[in-house]
Design a binder for this molecule. Structure first.
Ligand code: DP6
Length: 332
């Protein structure tokens, strides 16, 4: 049976960084994200077929490289074991954005693959089970199973059975929230998230981060519930700064922000100072591209500021999007 699933990428306000178990992608702390709209999505078709001698993975029209393919095969092995099947699969996947653009293609990629492959293997997973499965592919993918605002519960169990995402509020709940994305670099990152998260264990600041993160989670959770942008804005920016400070404190050091990223930070702070309350909040993942949260009212102003910054290559204005969906439009 051929199955096609669609998943959108997500961007965290409180970040997942550091693994208590690398095999199962179990984090130290909860994280909170918004799922992005359909501009940033992955469509994946999977079919298990007895005629195939090995798995075949096609990403954006070309055969996956060795690293990508090994990661996909390892993930398919998890699904085969769950479904008690031995068949090989063909996986065809298409991103609506360049894989290398630093826009978290692993989140939408593994969420779509988990959904399509598990169904194609005959499994009928609940959203929670799907989230746990997607997490094994890539941690942040567990949040892309759901739309709107999403929290990933870190859990405590060693087998990961209490580490999954759940929806805090649906996409239509906060209609005028926007994420203005400034693409600064389309180069593939030099230090992968996986490697960066290994190095963070050498950071003395990391334990301090874990002590303060619950309060940030509480503030952001509450602001999402009450649509209080000003309340969550400072927490978002402090969280991003804290993450990047911890990255720099890792050994060997990890640094993802560029001069252009720092210029964007400066401009957002200046903009907020010109108002009586914060109207924009920047956040950066493991790369130099900026995600600036704001409300519809201030969106054009932020686009204008970003356009004037030397080094900003592309701007995407993104709303809040949906979780996993299935489609009849197969890719092969
Ligand atoms: C900075 O989910 O890509 O974007 O589990 O190793 O695949 P793996 O890592 P990944 O890491 C995402 C890190 C982040 C923060 C976040 O999305 O929470």
């Amino acid at each position: 049976m051929k199955v096609t699933a669609i998943a959108n990428s997500n961007i965290a306000l409180v970040k997942y960084w550091g693994k208590r178990n690398e095999e199962l992608n179990l984090p130290f702390n909860n994280s909170i994200s918004f799922t992005m709209d359909d501009q940033l999505q992955t469509v994946t078709t999977v079919e298990f077929d007895e005629k195939l001698k090995k798995d075949k993975v096609i990403l954006d029209g070309v055969e996956a490289n060795e690293r990508e393919s090994a990661r996909a095969v390892k993930f398919l092995d998890v699904i085969r074991k769950m479904a008690k099947i031995k068949l090989n699969a063909i996986v065809v996947s298409k991103n609506s954005f360049p894989k290398s653009a630093g826009l978290a293609s692993s989140a939408s990629g593994f969420a779509a693959l988990a959904a399509a492959a598990s169904k194609a293997a005959g499994l009928n997973l609940t959203p929670r089970e799907l989230s746990m499965l997607a997490r094994i592919g890539s941690g942040s993918a567990c949040r892309s199973v759901f739309g709107g605002a999403v929290e990933w519960r870190a859990g405590k169990k060693r087998d990961g059975s209490d580490s999954y995402a759940f929806q805090l509020s649906p996409p239509e709940d906060w209609r005028d929230l926007r994420n203005v994305i400034a693409i600064v670099s389309e180069d593939e990152k030099k230090v992968s998230s996986m490697e960066g998260m290994k190095r963070v264990k050498n950071s003395a600041l990391f334990s301090c981060r874990l002590k303060t993160i619950n309060e940030r989670l509480r503030v952001i959770r509450n602001a999402i519930k009450t649509h209080n942008f000003a309340e969550m804005a400072n927490a978002i920016m402090q969280e991003s700064n804290n993450l990047h400070a911890v990255m720099l404190d890792s050994w060997p050091p990890v640094s993802y922000l560029s001069d252009v990223s720092l210029e964007i930070i400066k401009k957002v702070i200046e903009l907020n100072e010109s108002f009586a309350e914060p109207v924009a909040a920047y956040t950066f993942d493991a790369g130099p591209n900026a995600h600036i949260y704001t409300t519809l009212k201030h969106c054009n102003e932020i686009v204008k500021i970003l356009k004037d910054i030397n080094g900003v290559k592309r701007i995407i204005v993104c709303g809040i999007g949906e979780g996993i969906r299935f489609s009849d439009k197969h890719l092969f």
